[in-house]
Design a binder for this molecule. Structure first.
Ligand SMILES: *Cc1c(COP(=O)(O)O)cnc(C)c1O
Length: 236
């Protein structure tokens, strides 16, 4: 898409305006450009316009792009559901995983992180309000999972992630409350280290920033509408 720099600038302006509206420092909100289904050229175009961090959902598609673009200094985030047979590739190629929702996945990511790599940044995905979704742990499971992740040597627990049901902005505040509860209950967590609330997409980034988001994941508003994929999330 030819207008990627223009749309990217528009999203940055929205983030700044949303921060200003609630008295937050725009530097406290990071933009993750969600490049799933997009070709490597689109990622390169966004990078040329100053974007560093990219979010992907499908492991094989992402690894292809990461390898194609290895000459650029990019930061890669897995935001889609993760099956245990893909953890080795993810541990090798990604900088962040937002979708850790059970201990087995966390253990595999830690043990498969290559020697000499920096710890993998992870967020715990919480199913805050969507009973139909299979992704994300239940809010009441988050504390035990956080404690277990903290004990793993090659992971760095950065925060919480959620994908609320559309049209339920109250869910955003619930995730922020859950982060505060974990910070209060787990002495090993500090606000400086457990610093990420990954929430907000193209349609709700303003509401998410008002609720405390520190990382918005934006695809459509940067790259345009996605062509429907035949690939199902379960096949990542
Ligand atoms: C696709 C996706 C996004 C981006 O959604 P847009 O509506 O295109 O901004 C954000 N988060 C996750 C987990 C996604 O799968």
């Amino acid at each position: 898409m030819a207008d990627i720099p223009f749309h990217l600038a528009g999203v940055r302006t929205r983030i700044e305006a949303a921060c200003k509206a609630v008295g937050r420092d725009p530097a406290s909100v990071h933009l993750l450009a969600v490049s799933k289904t997009r070709p490597a050229e689109d990622v390169a175009a966004a990078h040329a316009a100053g974007q560093i961090a990219f979010g992907e959902n499908y492991v094989q598609e992402a690894v292809n792009k990461i390898q194609t673009l290895s000459h650029l200094l990019l930061e890669w985030h897995l935001i889609g559901p993760l099956q245990s047979n893909k953890t080795a590739e993810v541990a090798e190629w990604f900088d962040w995983v937002h979708s850790v929702d059970r201990l087995k996945i966390a253990q595999r990511l830690s043990s498969q992180r290559p020697q000499g790599s920096k710890p993998l940044n992870v967020c715990i995905q919480v199913n805050i309000d969507d009973e139909d979704s299979k992704s994300g742990c239940r809010p009441e499971e988050a504390e035990a999972l956080a404690l277990a992740v903290l004990a793993l040597p090659n992971l760095r627990l950065r925060g919480l992630m959620t994908i609320p049901r559309p049209g339920n902005p109250a869910a955003l505040a619930l995730l922020a409350e859950l982060r505060n509860r974990l910070l209060a209950n787990i002495p090993a967590l500090s606000p400086a280290g457990f610093d990420t609330l990954s929430m907000g997409m193209s349609d709700d980034l303003e509401a998410a920033i008002a609720a405390g988001s520190t990382m918005v994941r934006v695809g459509t508003a940067i790259f345009g509408e996605r062509v429907k994929q035949v690939q199902e999330p379960g096949l990542t």
